[in-house]
Design a protein around this ligand. Structure first.
Ligand code: CMC
Length: 434
């Protein structure tokens, strides 16, 4: 809960003065509570894009965009660089605390148990065209889980919620891998109960009926870190979507399916694909890095420097720093001296010394290096945003549950300023002029 500050905000409007309480979060972030603004003044706030609007209180993730700080449940993101697994971080986000050894064992066991899809669900993949975007399949199939698990629509208590969460976190990687296999016309590979979360996903992606994929430790570590770094990011577009859909009482699967759709867009999770497209264009000699940056600054061009800029970070995105460092270390070891990494470095260098980017505080974001890394570990480009979704899922689930418990029955329903026609009458068809 936020604390009520002794300060009050005063609004002077039409000669009248109104007082509004100020609340303060645990890291000192302050908000004017305008819950009764319309009732008191007859006015609403107008904030397209919600840049100044706090939609909720949340205890999951803290970001200080000015300083480049990101913490999950209080723990700085940098501390996740080495030891923890993605599933440990998933538990932390969802339950609020690091798992004890026995909690972790039970959670891991659940993830193994739930990794299989209903066979009926498996056949649904056949209905999609080969060229179907994997994000469309992912969203549709997560929604399909609502059909196969109606018993999990109403989650009565924390135990039931934990089971639903484990099912979803486990099955999303099976769905993701099957979407990929379907696009290639490859047979589906069942999950292997002997494998942990990340190697099991890669096994379902890359094993063949005649040859088991063996996951190198460095690949496993890199994907583990990528998933951790994407696991939550407070009220971003997809998480806000999950919360909004969930606020209507929609079940966990339906709400998370909507999160996948929101993530798909190129200004959000889809940016990791666009970064690679941009680097390829430069590599193929269609345009130089200097020319690309010039176009990105030109307001008539509609081009943006993909993987740069962030609504919240006005400093280095700490996730980009970590991914840039690991790309530098990992790529030579994978003997993938990727020329795209050098192009990315060059773009970063140009942009960071250009007044346009300096003045607007535009720095590399998480998507700038994630694509290069994913490419190095063999993930096809059209699966990049799917990997982002697998990583973000624990965050979506944590927010859905937090909202369910703290804002039960409060539907998210913004208002608007209407700018259309004022009252006019219906004209029958035969009296209308062409
Ligand atoms: N290239 C060129 N100019 C940019 C860029 C960019 N990547 N990003 C912002 N700007 C400019 C923008 O044109 C505007 O200039 P002006 O003030 O002259 O009109 C100014 O910077 C502020 O931009 P904005 O669009 O108002 O900022 P926003 O907070 O609404 O948008 C953003 C944030 C991430 C959508 C945007 O920076 C962007 O489009 N970046 C490229 C796409 C991208 O990398 N997205 C991934 C975001 S991080 C992961 C995630 O959240 O999924």
């Amino acid at each position: 809960m936020s604390a009520v500050s002794p300060d009050q905000a005063t609004l002077i409007l039409g000669g009248n003065e109104y007082q509004f309480p100020v609340t303060e979060g645990s890291e000192g972030e302050r908000a004017i509570d305008i819950g009764d603004l319309r009732a008191k003044t007859g006015h609403i706030t107008l904030d397209p894009g919600y840049g100044n609007t706090g939609s909720c209180e949340s205890a999951i993730t803290f970001i200080d965009g000015e300083q480049g700080i990101l913490r999950y449940r209080g723990i700085p993101i940098e501390q996740f660089a080495s030891s923890p697994t993605f599933t440990e971080v998933a538990w932390l986000l969802i339950s609020g605390k690091l798992p004890t050894p026995s909690e972790y064992a039970v959670f891991s066991e659940d993830l193994t148990r739930y990794s299989f899809l209903d066979e009926g669900m498996k056949h649904q993949f056949e209905g999609f065209p080969r060229a179907a975007p994997p994000m469309a399949i992912l969203s549709a199939m997560i929604n399909s889980l609502s059909c196969f698990h109606p018993e999990l629509h109403e989650l009565e208590d924390e135990t039931q919620f934990n089971h639903a969460a484990a099912r979803l976190i486990s099955k999303i990687r099976t769905i993701a891998a099957y979407a990929f296999r379907h696009s290639r016309g490859l047979p589906y590979i069942y999950p292997d109960p002997a494998l942990r979360y990340v190697p099991n996903f890669l096994h379902m992606m890359f094993s063949q009926p005649y040859r088991q994929y063996v996951c190198p430790q460095m690949v496993r570590d890199a994907l583990n870190l990528i998933l951790i770094l994407h696991a939550d990011h407070e009220q971003n577009c997809s998480t806000s979507t999950v919360r909004m859909v969930g606020s209507s009482g929609a079940n966990l699967f339906a709400s998370c399916a909507s999160g996948v759709c929101a993530l798909w867009g190129p200004l959000h999770g889809g940016a990791n694909v666009e970064v690679l497209n941009m680097l390829h264009q430069i590599h193929d000699g269609n345009i130089t890095p200097e020319e690309y940056v010039r176009l990105a600054k030109d307001k008539d061009s509609k081009v943006r420097l993909m993987g740069f800029g962030h609504r919240v970070y006005k400093n280095f995105d700490p996730r980009a720093k970590m991914l840039g460092a690991i790309a530098e270390k990992l790529l030579p070891q994978l003997s993938a001296n990727d020329p795209l990494l050098n192009i990315a470095r060059r773009l970063e260098e140009i942009a960071l010394s250009d007044p346009y980017f300096i003045e607007r505080k535009l720095y590399p974001n998480v998507d700038f290096y994630s694509g290069i890394l994913l490419r190095a570990i063999g993930i096809p480009t059209n699966m990049f945003t799917v990997i982002f979704a697998i990583g973000r899922l624990p965050g979506w689930i944590a927010h859905w549950w937090e909202q369910n418990r703290t804002m039960a029955n409060k539907i998210a329903r913004p208002r608007q300023i209407y700018t259309g026609e004022t009252h006019r009458d219906y004209i029958p068809m035969d009296q209308r002029s062409e």
